[in-house]
Structure formats: structure tokens, C-alpha cells
Design a protein around this ligand. Sequence first.
Ligand SMILES: Nc1ncnc2c1ncn2[C@@H]1O[C@H](COP(=O)(O)OP(=O)(O)OP(=O)(O)O)[C@@H](O)[C@H]1O
Length: 264
Amino acid sequence: MGEPAIHIEGLRKVFTDRKNQSVEVLKGIDLDIEKGDIYGIIGLSGAGKSTFVRCLNRLEEITSGTIAIDGVDIASLSKRELAAKRQEIGMIFQHFNLFDSKTVRDNVAYPLKIAGVDKQVQQEKVSRLLEEVGLADKADYYPSQLSGGQKQRVGIARAMANDPKVLLCDEATSALDPLTTLSVLDLIKFMNKEHGVTVVMISHEINVMRYACNHVAVIENGLIVEKGPAHEVLDAPCSETGQMFLSVEKQLSQTWASEKPKVR
Ligand SMILES: Nc1ncnc2c1ncn2[C@@H]1O[C@H](COP(=O)(O)OP(=O)(O)OP(=O)(O)O)[C@@H](O)[C@H]1O
């Protein structure tokens, strides 16, 4: 097995809250993510998923530990080096985070502009990306003129603009209806297959993990409590959180509104 796309060792993140109290949110995470994988991180609200994924591109500074992306320890990079490294790490968000005052075309071109890509090349690249995400006819629209699913497609095109090695997905489908969720997950799978981008996806939806991920880790209170092939972790979890997710999923699919509540 070659070098992993992402190697994480002893990752800790401590926040200081408004009362100056320390809150340890990530408590020593070890994880290797292989190149070309789609890796899911599932956990309850507050378990530390967003903090974890935001540490991977240093949107959050880590307190201690190592995060190596393609063999490069990102904590050791200067601001300038980090800016260059971030071109290798695309990210999409639950609420899309598009520039409202820019057109679809300019949103997607933005990372290319920042990277100093030639204007002609920018235009060609943007056109190709918009074709790929099925929005070629919406290039001159503004985000406010798009549906949630279309906005996330723009987010994906923008995240893929610099041909990243890694795509981070922070609850990317949580604000979308089931059908749109499916099409956005298909698009992420397409980007993984066609462009070889390694995907890290966080979610609290077990179905999303099952549909999209090859591997899954369960995060509980700032620690990874189990990890492995998606079908093993999702179909026969051994952690308390994993078992709870599975049991709630079963109850939701088997219980009618008229039946007695099973959880209070
Ligand atoms: N800037 C911050 N300062 C202090 N505490 C923080 C900060 N950011 C996050 N936290 C705390 O870290 C914990 C984990 O938050 P995080 O958003 O990573 O969880 P999550 O698993 O993504 O939850 P959710 O699914 O609800 O988004 C929470 O208790 C949260 O209050």
C-alpha cells in the first residue's frame, strides 16, 4: 500500500470559550485515508465532525498532532505555502458559501483567478466544469436565482476548479431534499471516479454514508470509536453511536405515526 492521501495522528483541538474555559473537542484522532477513497465520518451533533474536517485544510488551527496531506504536514506550512497547498484541497459546505454578488461563472472562476491562471484557460476550464455539473445554461445566473441543488453543483464545480487531490464535504447534502441529495452524491462520486479526487465526507445521515462511502469512521465525543469498510461499520456497528444510528434508521423505516413512540 502506498502513502495515504491523508495521514492523521494524535489530532487534538482545544477551543477556548467565551468564559476562557478550555474545551477539548478532538481528543487524539488517528486515521489514514487512502488515495481515491470516499471516506465518511459519521457522528452525532456536537461529536466534532465539522471541527475535524475544518482542521484538514486549516480553517481551524490544530492544537497538537499531525495532519499530512500527500505527505506534507500542513501544520508546518507558512501562510504562503498553505495558500498553495489549499489549491489541492477543495471544500463544499452545507450552506454552499457561494459569493452572492458573483455569477455562477465568476464563482467557479474565483479559485482559478486566485491561483493566477491565464484568463483564456480560466474560461475554458469554467465552461468544462459547468458542463460536468450540468449547469452550462446557468453560467450568467446569480446564486439567488438557483435552487439548493444547483447551488451545491456550483459549489462542487468551484471546489474542483484547481483539480484538487482532496475534496472535503461538510454536511454537503443536509440542506437538500432526498432526490437532490441523490444527484449531488452522484456528482461527488463522478468527480471521484473521473478525476481521482479523494473525498472526505462528514454527515449524520447513515443513508448518505451507505450510498457514497467506501470507508466509514464513527466519531463519538471527539474520538474515533470504530472505522472500516462502509458496509461493515454501517451494517454491523460495534460502537454505541454506530448501533444507535442503525437502530434509529430501522425505527424510522418501520414505525407508523399511529404506533406507540419507541424513543422518548
Ligand atoms: N469556535 C468554537 N469555540 C468553542 N467551542 C466550539 C467552537 N467550535 C465548535 N465548538 C464546540 O465543539 C463541539 C463540536 O462541534 P462541531 O461543530 O465540530 O460538531 P459536529 O459534530 O459537526 O456537530 P453538528 O452535526 O451539529 O454540526 C461542540 O460542542 C461545539 O460547541
